[in-house]
Design a protein around this ligand. Structure first.
Ligand code: GLY
Ligand code: MN
Length: 462
């Protein structure tokens, strides 16, 4: 974790943010995460702290909660000191008071004191929307709200003030993100040097995960290591890699500090791309470069998405797969047959940063969200600011099921040449993903240089 003053400064900034939203009094309740059992209470998933708790209090241990009094600025950490029975199983643990000192929190109390303290706050209690059932149930109990009404009772000004802080990364955070992306690059290079025809997807997955865990952190989301690139999020690692096919890795490291990396790399199972694969791969790189060349403060990310889509349409027209006016192909949503997802999402302490606060609040901020197939999946559309970190991940996909439906309907037949597309259907999908930071002057890639040109990829595969 960072120095204790980082957390007190963040909480002070949150109070200022709420005061500027006419909320100078009240008590914020932050619920840390509990252990989450896999199949029986003592066999749990790897513990992951709630990212808001991590941001404002920094302590990645289960069963903690905290309050922040907006008027006085006093923060209190709630937790139970380990008993001797606990210590026998877990080893010595810091006391709650010691943990409180680590995050510059003046007071610590037993967890059992939380209910009465929350009751005292009454209607002035503010909380963030829970995304885990146990946190939601606890909030229902603490606030007296019905379970179903808990999320609607979350504080909008608190969410907005937290987004305003967390969306702009400090130099300390950017350093952590550079490190997470560096480990992520190593994960991808490990896949590039491991994958061979005849292996199972799980062989590559295991190698990628090994690099992440050996770095001292873990994975920022479940690894996509697949021969089925046409499926946007293909989980399951039981297929065999076949000569002539493509492999798509979408995987990221989570550093010990909680910050995420998220990269996607597509490469041939054999030593080189075939002609069609190379054409689509190079076109995805062009879409990528187009979007990245635009990144700067003030750019609406939706415009980068649309520019990447237009670049894709131009290339697909050159290949004879699309036709018609490129602007109309983008405006109508026809392009989404090949590019049915968004260009990217915010990244930080969450791989989809702050998505628990609500996608519209985090990614749109007044920008209208489209209902068009494809564009509706864009998670980030708003204007960029220095300090914002996000992914850029264009892709082109040949999805047989989508082909069958749209071709039968004749959907966008003026733009999509279904007869020409048919022989390409076995290609799968190609995605290239990087993580970027907006600077005062423009933008830069997070992490080290990672050359994804055809020549570099084929060199690594040879
Ligand atoms: N890389 C996984 C995702 O963006 O959802
Ligand atoms: Mn991503």
């Amino acid at each position: 974790m960072f120095d204790s003053t980082v957390y007190s400064s963040r909480r002070d900034a949150l109070r200022r943010g709420l005061a500027s939203r006419a909320l100078a009094d009240g008590t914020i309740l932050f619920l840390g995460n509990r252990e989450s059992p896999m199949n029986y209470p003592d066999n749990c998933y790897g513990f992951r702290q709630d990212s808001s708790f991590l941001y404002f209090f920094g302590i990645a241990l289960p069963c903690l909660a905290a309050t922040l009094d907006l008027g006085s600025g006093k923060a209190t950490l709630y937790g139970d000191d380990a008993t001797m029975d606990d210590i026998v199983w877990t080893g010595p643990q810091s006391t709650t008071a010691e943990l409180a000192a680590l995050c510059a929190t003046a007071a610590s109390r037993p967890r059992a004191a939380l209910a009465a303290d929350v009751r005292r706050a009454g209607a002035a209690l503010l909380y963030l929307p829970p995304y885990r059932a146990d946190s939601r149930a606890e909030l229902a109990e603490l606030t007296g709200r019905p379970y179903a009404a808990v999320n609607a009772g979350a504080s909008l000004p608190l969410v907005e003030a937290a987004i305003a802080l967390r969306e702009v990364k400090s130099p300390l955070e950017i350093a952590e993100m550079d490190k997470a992306v560096a480990v992520t690059v190593d994960m991808h290079k490990a896949a590039l040097s491991t994958a061979r025809a005849g292996m199972l997807e799980s062989d590559v997955y295991g190698r990628v995960a090994q690099v992440a865990y050996a770095s001292g952190g873990g994975l920022s989301f479940p690894v996509i290591a697949t021969t089925r690139g046409a499926t946007l999020h293909a989980h399951g690692h039981d297929r065999r890699l076949e000569q002539g096919g493509l492999f798509l890795l979408d995987a990221g490291a989570e550093g010990a500090s909680g910050y995420a990396g998220d990269l996607s790399t597509s490469f041939p199972v054999g030593p080189s791309f075939d002609e069609r694969q190379r054409a689509i791969y190079e076109l995805v790189l062009r879409m990528h470069r187009k979007a990245c060349s635009m990144l700067a403060p003030g750019l609406k990310y939706r415009d980068a998405h649309l520019a990447a889509a237009r670049e894709g349409v131009l290339g697909l027209k050159d290949l004879g797969l699309m036709r018609g006016d490129p602007d109309e192909a983008v405006g109508s949503g026809a392009y989404a047959f090949f590019f049915p997802c968004g260009l990217g999402h915010m990244i930080g302490l969450d791989v989809h940063d702050m998505e628990d606060y609500g996608e519209i609040l985090v990614g749109y901020e007044g920008t209208e969200r489209s209902e068009l197939f494809g564009l509706k999946s864009l998670r980030l559309a708003k204007a960029l600011k220095p300090g914002m970190t996000f992914t850029v991940e264009p892709g082109l996909y040949f999805i047989p099921e989508l082909y069958a439906k749209w071709e039968a309907e004749g959907r966008f037949a003026g733009f999509i040449d279904y007869a020409a597309v048919k022989p390409w259907l076995g290609l799968g999908g190609i995605r290239n993903e990087e993580d970027w930071l907006v600077t005062e002057a423009g933008a830069r890639r997070l992490g080290p240089e990672f050359d994804k040109s055809v020549a570099a990829i084929e060199r690594m595969r040879g």
